[in-house]
Write a protein that binds this ligand. Structure first.
Ligand SMILES: *Cc1c(COP(=O)(O)O)cnc(C)c1O
Length: 428
């Protein structure tokens, strides 16, 4: 233990911060055990799928050109389908990010005259332009796809009465976002999502139910596709990439829907047959293999942070005891200095770019200055430890990730260290 303290001191954590963290960590042991159990189950689920689909060293070969018979790519898609218990999957480096995967799933399966319904409030920011809520070139609105939305009730639950009213003969697809993203609503459990899907399908059995699964993969032992979702969609630079995938997105679901996505991604007639994997397959497989434990580390970090900052008197979302349905944690500091010091600490704890100091700046698309901290191996990766916050009331910082629990822990202790150094917090 003496050596541990020395190590923490050398890396820049004072003893009072370490002791405070230790006290908090001790009371979390039961919850951490639960998280480890989920990770254990999901690790087996991933290995089982890889075994069943006969993943071999052959799957890691470089494929170029058209990519016909790209064995590694085709096998990986079978593995994803097995994990999500779906008929089919599309998992490609040609899917640039989560937004692209979602835009693909929507535009591939909606036609002019159809309506898209979001029964759980406003979708993720970047989807506003995809849908055309904010006018944008190439949006679904430009192609004659209309959109309707039912907001959540005051208490964060589904407004079933108005959802029933919103479903009409044109409603073709229903989109449900699992994670709260940057909103203050709670994230949904897979069970809640299943209840919503069952309700929708009872009224309109042929409606397509799609779930934006970003940040949710492997947080529970079941996925939305286990409770009736026709498509689940996500990014490989979040949970399922395990920190190793350098790019990519996935869509898992019903055969006909995924096929439509493939036709849209490449070309009608070509579909899944083309799209060489260009040497990234090993990182996709290995990242997927690591993802359950990586997600567990990130979850522990989020819970640790919630408990640390709640103990210090701050409003944290989710709170210290709530159950978790994604890996995002928000802390409201109430003052800009809090957000800035927190981000400085996260940056200082990074394995990459630890020596740079993040500062707030005017980013395109935001109505206030924003500060971001990330020292990641994969640019923009949010399964790696990262934090950001707009410099405006309530001065909340959002943070997520950590490829390992010890790194997530260090990041949070370092954030506290910087809050003390910048005289935002004093430890009694
Ligand atoms: C991150 C995220 C997206 C968009 O993914 P990008 O990879 O940033 O394009 C969409 N929905 C949710 C809930 C997300 O968390």
């Amino acid at each position: 233990m003496f050596e541990m303290e020395t190590m923490y001191r050398e890396i820049g954590i004072r003893k009072s911060v370490l002791d405070f963290g230790k006290k908090i960590e001790e009371r979390l042991s039961e919850r951490f055990q639960e998280i480890d159990k989920i990770a254990e189950y999901n690790q087996l689920k991933v290995i089982h799928a890889m075994q069943e689909k006969r993943v071999s060293a052959d799957c890691f070969h470089y494929a170029s050109g058209y990519g016909y018979d790209d064995h590694g790519r085709d096998t990986l898609e079978e593995v994803y389908a097995a994990i999500f218990h779906t008929e089919s999957a599309l998992v490609r480096p040609q899917i640039a990010c989560g937004t692209h995967a979602l835009a693909l799933a929507l535009s591939a399966n909606l036609r002019p005259g159809d309506e898209l319904l979001s029964p759980a409030g406003k979708p993720y920011d970047t989807l506003e332009e995809v849908i055309g809520i904010r006018p944008s070139k190439g949006s679904l609105a430009e192609y004659g796809v209309s959109y309707s939305q039912v907001d959540l009730l005051e208490d964060g639950t589904f407004d079933y009465d108005n959802i029933a009213k919103a479903l009409n003969e044109r409603t073709k697809l229903v989109t449900i976002q699992r994670s709260k993203g940057y909103q203050t609503r709670p994230s949904f459990s897979v069970k809640q999502i299943g209840e919503l899907i069952a309700f929708v399908k009872k009224i309109k059995p042929d409606v397509i139910c799609m779930v934006d699964n970003c940040y949710g993969e492997f947080v529970e032992t079941i996925e939305p596709s286990d409770v009736g979702a026709d498509m689940v969609v996500g990014s490989l630079i979040k949970n399922p990439g395990g920190g190793l995938a350098p790019i990519g997105g996935y869509i898992a679901g019903r055969e006909d829907l995924v096929e439509a996505c493939a036709y849209r991604l490449t070309s009608p007639g070509l579909g899944k047959e083309v799209g060489a994997s260009l040497g990234v397959m090993q990182s996709f497989y290995q990242g997927l293999f690591l993802a359950p434990t990586v997600v567990a580390g990130a979850l522990k970090g989020a819970i640790f942070a919630a408990n640390i900052y709640e103990e210090l008197g701050y409003h944290v979302i989710p709170n210290s005891t709530e159950s978790r349905h994604d890996i995002i944690q928000a802390v409201e500091f109430g003052v800009p200095e809090g957000v800035i010091a927190f981000c400085k600490g996260i940056q200082a704890a990074a394995p990459v770019d630890s020596y740079v100091t993040p500062v707030p700046w005017a980013m395109p698309g935001y109505d206030s200055d924003v500060i971001m901290a990330a020292g990641a191996f994969v640019q923009g990766s949010s399964i790696e430890l990262s934090a950001d916050g707009p410099i405006k009331p309530p001065y909340a910082v959002y943070f997520q990730g950590g490829l390992t629990w010890p790194h997530a822990k260090l990041g949070i202790l370092m954030s506290l260290e910087y809050l003390i150094r910048d005289e935002v917090v004093t430890l009694k």
